[in-house]
Ligand binder design. Structure first.
Ligand SMILES: NC(=O)C1=CN([C@@H]2O[C@H](COP(=O)(O)OP(=O)(O)OC[C@H]3O[C@@H](n4cnc5c(N)ncnc54)[C@H](OP(=O)(O)O)[C@@H]3O)[C@@H](O)[C@H]2O)C=CC1
Ligand SMILES: CC(=O)N[C@@H](CCC(=O)OP(=O)(O)O)C(=O)O
Length: 312
């Protein structure tokens, strides 16, 4: 049986990446709207109703509107926006989060695709907090850098087009300086932390790729530092997408490590002298951080092989 898919927002950065991953799959019938009709609510309502599964690659307001357009209809939804990631009635679309999540997604009608930064953060933190190796009641900090495609079409233009309204010639910039970033609630909620993490994101002059770095002070450690890597490897054993590097692997890490793939590479660095550690995840913001995750969730929901169409 063919699964009918509608990609709402197919002309955007994430939408195009999803379309690319769905190409050449005979088990799927993928619908999109033409440039003239793609923002027409009536055309979108019809396309949403005709789909078994709709993938929303839209700004939050338009994603909420799409869900309202579906109403009580039978169409199942994967929402790539921030709108529903901690909302009641929605399942969080990170199959590797903890045991049972994969099955929950497979049976769900409303799946919220995670944010790119939270995906990397949760791959590191959820198993270690769940396992009691790291304190849940600790004010965690998170440092991160993203490729500029993370900001969608507007940020791509700012980095690539000198005539764009907010054109920027910088190589690396910090942002979200005076405001709480929209990803903080989902990091706190899904890692089951007592406090919202202090999140310090940055954007670098490279199209895609991401590093997320969680410093672990000795005081936040609830186990010997040498246990962290083994616990992560155990939690993600058998995962086709998440790998854990040997402890203290390399003198430096680059933002491009898994760029162009749908994988996550986890790293644990420990310092015996201070008792501190650094937990670092490399992902592609458009891969497992967005489109790869959406396609993985689609595969699970449709009962198809989990990694079909993914970039391994
Ligand atoms: N980029 C990334 O790395 C990630 C993005 N996301 C999320 O995915 C979603 C899409 O982001 P991204 O692809 O980067 O953004 P883009 O700005 O590149 O794309 C958004 C698309 O939505 C279209 N759109 C806007 N309003 C409507 C509407 N009312 N009806 C139909 N289409 C509409 C836009 O049209 P137009 O082309 O005319 O502007 C555009 O094509 C966002 O919620 C974002 O937060 C999630 C994880 C990572
Ligand atoms: C570099 C950059 O600007 N990144 C985006 C996050 C991209 C992402 O994860 O998308 P969601 O909006 O769906 O959460 C930001 O910080 O807002």
């Amino acid at each position: 049986m063919t699964v009918r898919i509608f990609v709402d927002g197919s002309a955007g950065t994430t939408g195009l990446e999803i379309i690319d991953r769905l190409a050449g799959r005979p088990e799927l019938a993928v619908a999109t709207l033409s440039d003239e009709r793609r923002k027409d609510p009536a055309a979108r309502a019809d396309a949403l109703a005709a789909a078994d599964i709709a993938i929303l690659c839209l700004p939050d307001a338009a994603a909420r509107e799409a869900v309202a357009l579906i109403g009580d209809g039978a169409t199942r939804v994967i929402d790539a926006s921030t709108a529903h990631r901690t909302a009641p009635g929605w399942d969080y679309g990170f199959p590797e989060l903890r045991p049972g999540q994969r099955e929950r997604i497979a049976g769900s009608a409303r799946v919220a695709n995670p944010g790119c930064y939270p995906t990397a953060f949760l791959a590191l933190m959820a198993p270690l907090v769940d396992g009691g190796l790291l304190a849940a009641d600790w004010p965690w900090t998170v440092n991160a850098a993203s490729g500029y495609s993370g900001g969608g079409k507007a940020m791509i233009a700012a980095f690539e087009d000198a005539d764009a309204p907010d054109a920027s010639a910088t190589a690396f910039r910090l942002y979200s300086l005076g405001a709480t970033h929209k990803h903080v609630p989902e990091m706190q909620t899904h890692a089951r932390l007592a406090y919202p993490p202090l999140f310090a994101p940055a954007v670098a002059r490279t199209y895609r790729g991401m590093l997320v770095d969680v410093p672990v002070p000795a005081q936040a450690m609830r186990a010997a530092p040498a246990e962290l890597r083994a616990a992560l490897a155990d939690a993600h054993a058998g995962s086709p997408l998440i790998s854990v590097a040997p402890e203290n692997n390399g003198p430096a890490l680059g933002i491009e490590e898994v760029a162009g793939t749908d994988r996550i590479a986890l790293h644990v660095f420990t310092d015996a002298t201070s008792g501190q550690a650094r937990l670092i995840a490399a992902i592609d913001n458009l891969g497992k951080g967005a489109a790869g995750a959406a396609v993985q969730n689609l595969n699970l929901m449709a009962g198809l092989p989990e990694t079909s169409g993914l970039r391994l």
